[in-house]
Design a binder for this molecule. Structure first.
Ligand SMILES: NC(=O)c1ccc[n+]([C@@H]2O[C@H](COP(=O)([O-])OP(=O)(O)OC[C@H]3O[C@@H](n4cnc5c(N)ncnc54)[C@H](O)[C@@H]3O)[C@@H](O)[C@H]2O)c1
Length: 399
């Protein structure tokens, strides 16, 4: 099998594919739709990052493509619906940069509490301003985390390690880590926190979640951090609260409108403010995160081709069968219509095969069932199933 890896994907991924016996074509840049169509002949797996667009035409040209791995977080660059229709699985790495975001936020909490952005700026301006005014230890102070998911919970753990007391507010039922304490409302969290850090997801209802009313409820001289989504915060209201002195500082990594290309100008009402750290959406951008992404997505692709696993696929039904397969494994992607499971089980019954494990999942128009049996059905029976109108594809593995 052949895999093409574009856009300088971490070498760990190429190594994993070579170890698994794949022929690897690794390239530094992205390819256009036209170039991709040429390259994809005979290619089973394609690895991309955010600069390669996988359109309907590319998928049409990639007749042998089984799966696309997005070695990044986002998957907007892939026509996910068309890929699902053709049975091409798409994977990404949604959690691989969690730790990187957490470390950036922790660094910002410490830096803002000591007013480091202001102090370093003054030194560069040639001003020696030695004073403890406005500088604080974080030990014993309260961090309020809004959104207690992957990032929020990990921040909770590392923040406690430096002596912060942690409160959190989440709309979903989340288990408290360590000594963190859940509060029932956002207002309650804002009233008690010395630092408020946003880690909510990008659901449409979160647009404008944080504006003048929420800043007004924060404690005087508290610190505000947003490394979640730009659209969540009203930056003009944040500017007003920094200028009035109500907030002692802020760190912002994400913006409602972000420049598209490297070197493009950056406009924001937050530019030029004292004790405000601005970073160009780099919360998750570290060498370690890239390495973790390379490892994670390569493993997802290999698990899919060697054992039929679709767990964490962003477009196909998710099934996580045990690895390695039993004596015989059938992976069957089909239209999500009634009666499919019964017909598969009849096929195994006719073959005198005992089903030792079976997992089924559906997603929109598609259903996926993975069945492990002690003996294989005949080639003729499998060929008949392949011809059935509800079949998208079937693949088999022998343990
Ligand atoms: N700055 C970066 O480079 C960077 C990198 C990775 C992720 N992110 C962003 O960080 C955010 C968090 O990521 P994650 O992986 O922890 O997501 P997640 O889905 O694991 O967690 C989000 C949590 O927010 C909660 N939530 C949603 N809306 C809420 C609301 N209005 N009030 C309270 N809680 C709410 C959800 O219930 C969930 O528990 C996402 O927006 C993600 O896009 C940014």
């Amino acid at each position: 099998m052949k895999v093409v890896l574009l856009e300088n994907i971490h070498p760990l991924a190429a190594e994993a594919f070579r170890r698994a016996g794949f022929e690897v074509d690794a390239r530094p840049g992205s390819l256009s739709e036209h170039e991709l169509s040429d390259v994809l002949q005979g290619v089973s797996l394609l690895g991309i990052r955010s600069n390669t667009t996988i359109t309907r035409n590319v998928l049409e040209a990639g007749k042998d493509l089984l799966a696309v791995g997005c070695f990044c977080i986002g998957t907007n660059q892939v026509d996910l619906g068309d890929a699902a229709e053709r049975g091409v699985a798409v994977f990404n790495a949604p959690f691989s940069n969690t730790r990187s975001v957490v470390e950036l936020v922790l660094a910002e909490i410490l830096a803002l509490a000591r007013r480091l952005p202001e102090k370093t700026q003054r030194m560069h301006d040639g001003v020696w301003d030695k004073s403890a005014k406005g500088s604080h230890e974080v030990r014993g102070r309260t961090l309020g985390i809004v959104g207690y998911g992957n990032i929020g919970t990990q921040l909770s753990n590392v923040a406690e390690a430096v002596g912060l007391r942690v409160l959190f507010y989440d709309t979903a039922d989340r288990l408290a880590h360590g000594n963190a304490r859940r509060v029932g409302t956002l207002d309650e969290l804002l009233a008690q926190s010395d630092v408020v850090s946003l880690h909510v997801d990008g659901r449409p209802g979160n647009a404008g979640l944080f504006g003048a009313d929420q800043f007004a409820l924060m404690k005087p001289r508290s610190i505000f951090i947003n490394a979640s989504r730009g659209m969540v915060v009203d930056d003009a209201a944040l500017r007003a609260n920094i200028l009035s002195g109500h907030l002692a500082g802020a760190a912002i990594d994400v913006f409602p409108i972000e420049p598209k290309a490297q070197g493009d100008p950056f406009e924001s009402p937050l530019r030029g403010l004292d004790n405000v750290i601005l970073t160009p959406h780099v919360g998750g951008s570290t060498q370690e995160a890239q390495e973790e992404i390379g490892h994670f997505v390569a493993n997802k692709l290999l698990g899919f081709v060697t054992a039929g696993g679709t767990a964490l696929s962003v477009n196909l039904p998710e099934v996580a069968p045990p690895s390695p397969p039993a004596a015989f494994r059938l992976g069957y992607l089909h239209d999500n219509v009634p009666g499919v499971l019964a017909s598969i089980n009849q096929l195994f019954a006719d073959a005198g095969a005992n089903v030792v494990g079976q997992s089924l999942s559906t997603r929109g128009e598609r259903g996926y069932v993975v069945t492990d049996t002690d003996v294989a059905p005949s080639d003729a029976a499998l060929a008949a199933l392949r011809q059935s109108p509800q079949t998208v594809w079937l693949r088999s593995w022998r343990g």
